[in-house]
Every structure is written in C-alpha cells, then in structure tokens.
Design a protein around this ligand. Structure first.
Ligand code: SF4
Length: 344
C-alpha cells in the first residue's frame, strides 16, 4: 500500500507591510559629490529639480491624499546633506499630514557618512521612522575604488547608530561595483544580516552614460557583472534575507525611460526582480525537499507564487523536476504555507 507523508512549511518571504509609500525624489540634493556609478536624473526621470519646486509638488501631492494611511519617503539624494533649514521645511510639511488615517510612516535615504547620533535624534523627533542607508558595500577596498569616501567601519557604524536612535533601518546594496566580486558580495550579505535591517534594496551595478563608471568602462577598466551572475548572487541573497526575516523591497533599478536611454552595459533586465525571487524560491524548495524520503505526489503553494515557481523563461523547470515537482502535481491555494505530499 502506498504511504503518504505530508510536510507543511512556511513560504520564506516575510510578510510585506501593505502600505502605500509616496516617493519624493530629490535628485542629488545634499550629495557631497557625484558617485562614480550614479545618475539620479536618469534613475528618477527628473532633471535638475529645484528644492522649491519639489516642496511645492509635495504640498500639492499631500493635499490630494484621500484619507487612507500612507507612508512617505525622500529618495534620490542625501537627505541629511541638505541644509537644516531645507530638511525642516520638508519634514514640517510632512508632519502636517501625520496621524492615523494619514501619514503613518516617514523615511529618508542618505549616506552612511552623513548621519550622527544628533542628526538621527533630530530626525526621529521630526517624525522620521526609517533611515535607508546607501551602504552599497561594506568592503573598504570596494568603497575606496568607487570613490564613496567612507569605509566599511563607517558604514556598519552608521547602521548601528540608526538602530541605537530607535529608528527602523534600511540598507541599500550595490553588487558589482569596481573590484567587487561574488565572495565580497557574499561577505556584504553576511554583514548586512548581522546588522538585522528591516528592509534591504539590491541594485546590481549598471553603467550609465555620462557617469564616472562609464568612463572606466570605455577605457576597459571596469566590467559589470553578467546578468547571470547578478541573478544568481541576488537570488541567493534574497533567500538569506527572507529566512532572517528581512524584507527585500527592491531588486534592480526601475526601468525609467531616461535610464534605459543611457544604459551602456550591465545586468539590467525588466524582469530582474522576478528572476532573483524565482531563484530564491527554487533554492528554498531544494533546501526543504532534497533528501526527504519519498516522491512528491502533490505540492500546494501560495497563489502569489504562481508567477515565480517556474522561473523567468522557465529557468526553474529542470531543477524542480529533479525534486519531483512537475506541472501535473502543482496546486496553488489561498493558504500562505507550502504543503507537500510525498508517497513512498
Ligand atoms: S549614490 Fe547617493 S550620494 Fe552618491 S551621488 Fe547618488 S544619490 Fe548622491
């Protein structure tokens, strides 16, 4: 007689908070210099935006909010590099909309070398809930080659300061900077995990025309990671972050038309996030199912896995078949767990 064994285990991705986040882009505002890889004008689709205009646009945008809870984030520059007066103008405007049924989450992005205990205390007092740090890498050698102007110790210290200030922590990572390789990236992932951020963004490094990196690329002094490497390394990292309870809220740069026009080289793909997430899911299933006695007769997955299980371009099909997961025995359901029936 056939014996059936059932295994039930959670999907590894932490539950995402469902909150509308209004992004306010302040391209290069407060930045001490232009980083070698960065073109915020291309990435945000905004040209030389004046702060007065950004403030006015935010005022209009907030006035149009319809009463539901929402979050607001200042991105695209170095918020704490702005003059205090400008920081206060933006934060004071936001504070007028704060409260249940209004602005419930406020975040700013900045550089690790532009925060200190005093500035973080002030931001928290002004209603900021999360700091996203553009760490990029914890490798001092990579940071030096990329001209970031701080080292790994400063990056880690900034993360600790954010936590010590009672703020949520976001870490932005940029695999594939000059001098960055897979072992250094894996070390970055380990160091990030040790700092227990709330959220992570992963932006594999691409070459945008007009940046310092483009000049290095043109001279043959820089080669971006191939897409395959970026997907493999990001996918593995995504699983590590998920299993540590860290939400991965962005994978790859958004496909702004301005970015795509100026993209010279590098691992950009419109489905990059799907590719990395699909790999993470496949690695997780391999981890959970390899070595179990029996053959998969049925598997049930949360319906949200439907777009990721088989992988972009069906990349996961072969590996899943080795686990006994084939189209005929896959079911999607409304539960959040994964359940497997194995028969002897
Ligand atoms: S990477 Fe950050 S600090 Fe550097 S130029 Fe871009 S926005 Fe400014």
């Amino acid at each position: 007689m056939t014996k059936i064994f059932s295994h039930r285990f959670p999907h590894p991705e932490p539950v995402q908070k469902r909150l509308k986040l209004l992004p306010v882009f302040l391209p290069f505002a407060g930045c001490p210099s232009r980083c070698v890889f960065c073109d915020q004008h291309a990435q945000t689709g905004l040209g030389g935006l004046r702060l007065e205009d950004a403030l006015e646009a935010l005022r209009d945008r907030l006035a149009r909010e319809d009463g539901g809870a929402f979050g607001l984030g200042f991105f695209g520059g170095t918020f704490t590099g702005l003059s205090l007066a400008w920081q206060e103008r933006f934060l004071e405007l936001a504070s007028r909309f704060a409260g249940p049924g209004g602005l419930v989450h406020l975040r700013v992005s900045t550089r690790p070398d532009r925060v200190d205990a005093e500035s973080l205390r002030r931001l928290r007092g002004s209603g900021v809930s999360m700091i996203e740090l553009g760490v990029q890498s914890f490798s001092s050698a990579v940071l030096a080659t990329s001209g970031r102007g701080y080292d790994g110790a400063v990056a880690a210290g900034a993360c600790d300061m954010v936590r010590a200030a009672g703020l949520e922590l976001g870490i932005q990572l940029l695999p594939g900077l000059p001098g960055h390789d897979a072992p250094l990236w894996r070390e970055d992932v380990r160091r990030t995990l040790a700092l227990a951020p709330d959220v992570v963004r992963i932006y594999p490094c691409v070459v945008v025309r007009g940046t310092g990196l483009a000049a290095l690329y043109d001279r043959g002094e820089y080669a971006p990671w191939p897409l395959e490497t970026a997907v493999q390394e990001s996918g593995r990292a995504v699983l590590d972050f998920w299993q540590a309870g860290v939400r991965v809220i962005r994978l790859g740069l958004a496909g702004e038309p301005g970015l795509l026009e100026r993209l010279l080289a590098g691992p950009w793909h419109p489905a990059f996030g799907n590719m990395a997430r699909s790999l993470a899911l496949r690695l997780y299933l391999e981890e959970r199912l390899s070595g179990l006695a029996g053959r998969v007769s049925r598997i049930f997955l949360p319906s949200r896995c439907g777009g990721e299980l088989w992988g972009h371009g069906r990349d996961n099909v072969e590996a899943l078949a080795r686990l006994g997961i084939v189209r005929e025995n896959v079911n999607f359901w409304s539960e959040t767990d994964i359940a497997v029936e194995l028969e002897e």
